[in-house]
Design a binder for this molecule. Sequence first.
Ligand code: PGA
Length: 272
Amino acid sequence: MMRRRLIAGNWKMYKIQREALEFAGALGTLVAERADEVSLAAPGSPEVVICAPFTILSGLSMLAAMGVGIGAQTMHEAVEGAYTGEISARMLQDVDCTYVILGHSERRAYCNETDAAVARKSLAALAAGIAPIVCVGESLAEREAGRTHEVIANQMAPVLAGLSGYAATEGRPITDLVVAYEPIWAIGTGRSSTSADAQAVIGAIRRQMVDVLGVETAKQIRILYGGSVKPDNIAAYLAEEDIDGALVGGASLQAESFAELLTQSVYRGSIG
Ligand code: PGA
């Protein structure tokens, strides 16, 4: 079984409704122009998701109509309640979100999001029918101290432990989890990880999944690389055995670079 590639754009705190519409129009035109190379539906084409600010989620139907999935960038773990300013999984579902980024390093750094909270949110998202994109990554100091694998394993552990006890009665199966390995020093810096280094970490994440969830489940879960992914480096990541796509910040903001990323992400081998 082949894991379908996933290219997820993370718009962070960029774009108002008009800009999102302009993006959607331009992306539609560019994809149509490249119909020989890329399509949003053909076998081999990546699944495409845009994770946008809350305020424009309900206005992205033009992207949805093109086959682009809609995602949010965080959510609260409770079903509902007195949590001023927060957004629940049910609210995201209501505006047709199918994905949510959880535990992005910017939220861990600025909003004190913990591994335990990310684990609880992941289960809440799955239960509500939304696929979590769980982000993990080490700082430069941790990398230089040789602690990368330990840091990532510690971030993954509560999420995997939660999933191992999760019985999907409704909502999504645990195989809909997506993990994004994003070294913090590579985010927004133009300094990307080598594809071999990214594969080493992502391979270790998959082995940890095998240990906790079993090989059949681990084989189906997609793991992305993120951190300064651009049209000219994405192919190298996708060529690695365990890398199933990318979480893309800067290069997802312009339709031109995003369309080029998608073109570079089409799987050209035979689909078995
Ligand atoms: P970048 O951001 O592609 O701009 O480095 C990636 C991310 O933060 O998800």
